[in-house]
Design a protein around this ligand. Structure first.
Ligand SMILES: Nc1ncnc2c1ncn2[C@@H]1O[C@H](COP(=O)(O)OP(=O)(O)O)[C@@H](O)[C@H]1O
Ligand SMILES: [Mg+2]
Length: 313
C-alpha cells in the first residue's frame, strides 16, 4: 500500500535518504525507526508529495507520487507532520471545520466527520476549546483528528508521540491501534523503538539515510537470534578491550556500544559462549558484567545501527 523503490534524496553528500525500498502492506502498522537525523522525515515528505526525490520512486496504492497525481495522493493519505501547525486563534471545532472545508467535505457531512474524528481520538470534550489553550498532548490529538477528517485509507504519522508524557504516549498508541481496526494502513515514525514494538506489525530500521532492516517484528527479532548477542561491560580501557575481544574465536561485529560496553555477536554454540568470558579474562581484560542480550527489538536496533556506524548526528 505504501512503497518506495530505490528512493534517494540527497542534501549535500551524506545526508538525506539513499536507495530506500520501503514496503508497507495494506492494513499494516509499520514502524519507521531511526535516530534523529536518520532520514525519516525526508522519506515521509517524499511519500506525501511534499518533496521531490532526486531518483527512485514512491507509491501510495496504485499511484506513483508524482506532481500530476498529487490530488489523488492527498485524498488517500492523511499526513501528520512532526510539528503539528495548529492555528491558535481558532476553536477546535473551527480548526477541524476549516480542514474539512479544504477537503471539500459538504457542511452537513463535515459536522458528522468532526464528531467522528474527535471520538476516534478521544477528544470529543475539547470541541469548543480554544486551540491556544490546549496542552501538547491535546494538540497531538487534534492534529491526529485533522489528519483523519477526510477518512483517508493511508495514514502517515511523523513522530506522533513526540514530546508527549508517558500517559499520553500510551493513549496515542491505543488510538493508533484502534485506527488499524478500521482497516487503515499506517506508517509511523519514531526515534524511540520500544514505543513502536508493541503496536507495529512491521518495522523498518533506518540509519544515516539507509534502510538497514525491514520485516515483521518477529523476523527482525529472529535475525538477531541466529547469533547470540553478548554485552560485555569492562572496567579497563574499552578500546583495548575491543581489540582483544575482536580477536577471539567466534566473535563477530564487536563494537563499543556505549562508554564501557562492548556488544558482540557470538557465532559459536550456546554451550561455548560461557568459555568466551574465560578467554576475555585470560587476555587480561577486567570485566564488570557479562550478559547475553535478549533478542528484543531495542537490542536489534542498537546492534544494527551501531554496526553501521552509530548515530547520524
Ligand atoms: N531541507 C534540508 N536541507 C538540508 N539538509 C536537510 C534538509 N532536510 C533534512 N536535512 C538533513 O537530512 C538528514 C535527515 O533529516 P530528517 O529526514 O529530518 O531526519 P529524521 O526525520 O530521521 O530525524 C539530516 O541530517 C538533516 O539535517
Ligand atoms: Mg523527523
Amino acid at each position: 500500500m505504501i512503497r518506495t523503490e530505490k528512493l534517494t534524496k540527497k542534501f549535500g553528500t551524506d545526508r538525506g535518504v539513499f536507495e530506500i525500498d520501503l514496503d508497507v502492506p495494506k492494513g499494516c502498522i509499520y514502524g519507521f525507526v531511526g535516530h534523529n537525523g536518520a532520514g525519516k522525515t525526508t522519506a515521509i515528505k517524499i511519500l506525501c508529495g511534499l518533496l521531490r526525490p532526486d531518483s527512485g520512486k514512491a507509491f501510495i496504492g496504485d499511484y506513483e507520487v508524482t506532481p500530476k497525481n498529487i490530488p489523488l495522493i492527498k485524498k488517500s493519505v492523511g499526513y501528520m507532520p512532526d510539528i503539528t501547525g495548529v492555528y491558535d486563534q481558532m476553536s477546535v471545532w473551527e480548526f477541524l471545520d476549516f480542514y474539512g472545508a479544504a477537503f471539500k467535505i459538504p457542511p452537513q457531512k463535515r459536522k458528522e466527520r468532526i464528531e467522528s474524528v474527535l471520538e476516534l481520538t478521544n477528544a470529543s470534550a475539547m470541541i469548543d476549546y480554544q486551540v491556544s489553550s490546549l496542552s501538547r498532548g491535546m494538540r497531538q490529538k487534534i492534529g491526529l483528528a485533522k489528519t483523519l477528517i477526510h477518512d483517508p485509507d493511508v495514514l502517515i504519522l511523523d513522530e506522533p508521540a513526540g514530546g508527549l508524557d508517558p500517559n499520553a504516549r500510551i493513549e496515542m498508541r491505543r488510538t493508533i491501534a484502534g485506527l488499524k481496526g478500521l482497516g487503515k494502513t499506517i506508517l509511523l515514525s519514531s526515534h524511540i523503538l520500544p514505543e513502536l514494538a508493541s503496536v507495529c506489525d512491521r518495522v523498518g530500521i533506518i540509519n544515516k539515510g539507509r534502510l538497514l532492516a525491514q520485516g515483521t517484528v518477529q523476523e527482525i527479532g529472529e535475525r538477531l537470534q541466529e547469533n547470540l548477542t553478548i554485552l560485555v561491560t569492562v572496567d579497563s580501557d574499552t578500546r583495548r578491550a575491543l581489540e582483544v575481544i575482536s580477536g577471539l574465536e567466534h566473535v563477530q561485529d564487536a563494537v563499543i556500544a556505549d562508554v564501557n560496553h562492548i556488544s558482540l555477536s557470538y557465532t559459536g554454540s550456546r554451550e561455548l559462549a560461557g568459555r568466551l568470558l574465560d578467554s576475555i579474562l585470560a587476555a587480561g581484560v577486567k570485566v564488570r558484567w557479562f550478559e547475553e542480550n535478549e533478542a528484543n527489538l531495542e537490542n536489534v536496533f542498537i546492534n544494527i545501527t551501531s554496526a553501521s556506524g552509530g548515530k547520524a548526528e
